[in-house]
Design a protein around this ligand. Structure first.
Ligand code: NDP
Length: 702
């Protein structure tokens, strides 16, 4: 059988994503896009026919032997393209004009939902301004006013005051700004919104992964509504049960209702849904793929999309089950400055060849000299796929920075709810549980358990609480923990004798002297006195030197804990830019060395670094260990970065604060450690790991 010719109607990012998915089908030979854009031109032949010029499109399909047409925009469906193509014997994936009413007529959709018990907000519809105004003033604000017709996403007003409601009603019902349609007045619902798209043919409904888009122009969901500034899949706020409920009671029910009403669907049904305190409800139905949701959903499709479109358009079921990747996707839209208001076009875009993910063009065109130019409000979307949304986010924002154009802007907080708290507490419990098993095995093999001696001098309350935490951790993992408490008056020599005894005690594997020591004792002398083989803190000059020259050594606990936390995110430091703020010998410098060893490019800064933000903003991995509360805020963080906040500072409020302003950093980063509960528990855990390591080395040397 010959390869198929497919025509995709439309010219945005959605159609680029559809054409991209079709290009992966072994059955598809040629793809045409009408009108397409500079992105589709690379995988399809662009045909310069407007998406609503149904007659010209039909002529094109007939004269070019098109096997299947897939419709993107609602305007083409509303213009009756599916009816026209079908009556000419052409196969098309897109609803009839009468089925498209589920999107084009808000009143039709509302009546359908009420008749078939599909959950949605209460509503009334009006054609008379006076009646509408009277109804709205009798109801609690805010009021949701929807123009009953196609209004390119601009026909919905959420009025928070009576003045706003009145002006919108006048606009829609007296001035007829969108046309002669009625106005639907709906109750205001609250909750997170999400998009649920399904492939539908009659009563056969095949779900796609859920997505959420970001409608507002600017960070923090501020600014005017747009067509969508970014989207992501794998929604943290929707459970499997929610998804099942929405499928059965909303999407499937609506498809069956449309079939019962004599206008069966054949295309994509898009449920714009909200998870309200009273359950999931429909905000709107659309009769086509969403944009930008399609750009993040279709890259997850592992089945042949031609088979899906072709079978459903022919009234059959797909030949094999539809399979989706369980990875996550995330995408950020680059829009022209000024969008969604007026904006200039024709600016050169460079760097699109350097990205690692996908780019879907939305409003681009090729200049006469082959340069890529902006040609729309939403210009392009960078999309990446990864095992987690947070990782996809990291990749996308890396790609966004590679694209250069003087007239583009983007949001920095897409999928910010995907930011992950990097909990040292959780990771350390997991590691300690593994150590527990390891220690049982070690005892069986060597006849005894590892043992740790912790020396504390004086009664400093902070030190007391640290050492008790260490002994508790030793007991938890099943090793012997010996606490040696010495008076603050002890002389340096007496302390040195104690350490010498511990060095020669064959039953002790690790020695830790809690710092700080009383001022009459030289800490360096004490650290140097601990045998390097038992130096579980990794502070002995021999261990420090070996770390720097790359010889086997005991790695200090906090830096090795930080590396474990970075490893747990799945972000590989190799090739990444890591910035370490803080240059102490205990944290900053060894972390920098370990990151270098992991093949990161490392910048080492400190609290006096001029324009610290300019340095930290380069970091894919940012480690802050200075001991200055609030040193780093969200503006100093690269979107999607991994942020490890080591600092522990006691505030005037008596609480512990990190070096980063957590609330401001969290939405920007992919992963952030909290304080407390971040690095701290890992330091203690790595102390246990170092003790086990010392034990094993000593056993091997015996
Ligand atoms: P230090 O007091 O040793 O270092 C902090 C700052 O002092 C450095 O950033 C640097 O400041 C200056 N400094 C220290 N040593 C040197 C040096 N050799 N040369 C030049 N400057 C130096 O603190 P830590 O590194 O031990 O700890 C930093 C923060 O992390 C603190 O808030 C601490 O409480 C916390 N911490 C947390 C741990 C945990 O387990 N959660 C463990 C260890 C520390 P400058 O920027 O001015 O150059």
């Amino acid at each position: 059988m010959g390869k198929k010719k497919v025509l995709v109607i439309g010219g945005g990012g959605r159609e680029h994503a559809i054409a991209d998915a079709l290009s992966r089908s072994p059955q598809v030979g040629r793809i045409y896009c009408a009108p397409g854009n500079a992105g589709t031109a690379a995988i399809a032949e662009n045909v310069s026919i407007k998406d609503t010029d149904v007659r010209a499109l039909k002529e094109f399909a007939l004269s070019n032997g098109i096997d299947l047409t897939v419709v993107g925009p609602e305007a083409a469906l509303n213009a009756g393209i599916a009816d026209e193509f079908k009556s000419a014997g052409l196969k098309i994936f897109g609803h009839s004009a009468s089925a498209t009413r589920i999107e084009s007529s808000k009143e039709f959709a509302k009546e359908l939902m009420f008749r078939y018990g599909i959950p949605t907000a209460d509503y009334h519809s009006f054609s008379d301004y006076g009646e509408a105004s009277e109804y709205v003033s009798s109801r609690p604000l805010p009021a949701v006013l929807k123009y009953d017709g196609l209004a390119a996403g601009k026909g919905v007003v959420v009025a928070e005051t009576m003045e706003q409601a009145d002006s919108a009603l006048k606009d829609m019902l007296l001035d007829h700004s969108f046309g002669q349609g009625r106005v639907v007045v709906e109750d205001y619902l609250t909750g997170p919104e999400f998009s649920y798209m399904c492939f539908v043919s009659g009563r056969n409904v095949y779900p796609m992964p859920l997505a959420q888009d970001h409608k507002r122009a600017f960070d923090g969901d501020r600014g005017p509504n747009t067509g969508g500034m970014g989207a992501y899949t794998r929604l943290p706020f929707i459970s499997e049960e929610d998804e099942r409920y929405a499928f059965e009671n909303i999407l499937k029910k609506a498809a069956c209702a449309m079939a019962d009403e004599g206008c069966p669907l054949c295309g994509v049904l898009y449920g714009g849904l909200m998870k309200t305190p009273d359950g999931i409800k429909v905000i709107e139905f659309n009769a086509r793929f969403g944009d930008p949701e399609t750009e993040v959903v279709l890259p997850l499709l592992e089945s042949d999309i031609f088979d899906i479109f072709d079978s459903l358009a022919g009234g059959q079921v797909p030949s094999s089950p539809i399979v989706w990747s369980d990875e996550a996707t995330m995408g950020v839209v680059l829009a022209s400055k000024g969008y969604p208001g007026s904006y200039a076009k024709g600016f050169e875009i460079s760097g699109t060849g350097d990205v690692s993910g996908k780019i879907y063009h939305m409003g681009t065109k090729a200049g006469e000299d082959g340069r890529l130019l902006t040609a729309g409000g939403r210009v392009m979307m960078c999309v990446a796929k990864a095992p987690s949304t947070a990782l996809a986010r990291l990749k996308v924002y890396e790609d966004v920075e590679k694209i250069h154009c003087s007239n583009l802007f983007h949001r920095n907080d897409i999928a910010k709810s995907s930011s992950t708290v990097l909990s040292g507490k959780v990771l350390s419990v997991k590691m300690k549980d593994e150590m527990k098993e390891q220690i049982v095995a070690l005892e069986a093999k060597y006849g005894r358990r590892p043992s740790l001696a912790v020396v504390i001098v004086g009664e400093d309350p902070a030190s007391q609480s640290y050492v008790r935490g260490k002994i508790k951790a030793a007991e938890y993992v099943g090793m012997d923990g010996k606490l040696i408490e010495l008076p603050a008056t002890i002389s340096q020599d007496e302390l040195l004798y104690t350490i010498a005894d511990l060095n020669s005690d064959g039953s002790i594997d690790g020695i830790l002297v809690q710092l700080p020591l009383p001022s009459h004792i030289d800490s360096n002398k004490i650290i140097e006195a601990i045998s390097p083989e038992k130096d579980v803190d990794g502070f002995h000059p021999t261990n420090v030197a070996n770390l720097w020259i790359g010889e086997p050594c005991i790695v200090p606990c906090t830096p090795s804990g930080i590396m474990k936390m970075i490893e747990s995110t799945g972000v590989n430091p190799k090739g990444k830019t890591a910035v370490v703020v803080g240059r102490s010998n205990i944290v900053g410098k060894p972390v920098a060395k370990l990151l270098l060893d992991a093949n990161a490019t490392v910048l080492l800064a400190h609290s006096r670094t001029a324009d610290l933000g300019a340095v930290t903003r380069q970091a894919d991995i940012l480690v802050v260990a200075v001991g200055k509360a609030g040193l780093v805020n969200g503006d100093m963080v690269k979107p999607g970065a991994v942020v490890i906040d080591v600092g522990v500072n006691r505030g005037a409020d008596g609480k512990l604060h990190g070096d980063c302003i957590y609330d401001s950093v969290f939405p920007k980063a992919s992963f952030v450690t909290p304080v407390p509960g971040g690095v701290g528990p890992m330091t203690i855990t790595m102390l246990m790991a170092n003790t086990i390591e010392c034990f094993i080395r000593r056993m091997h040397n015996c």
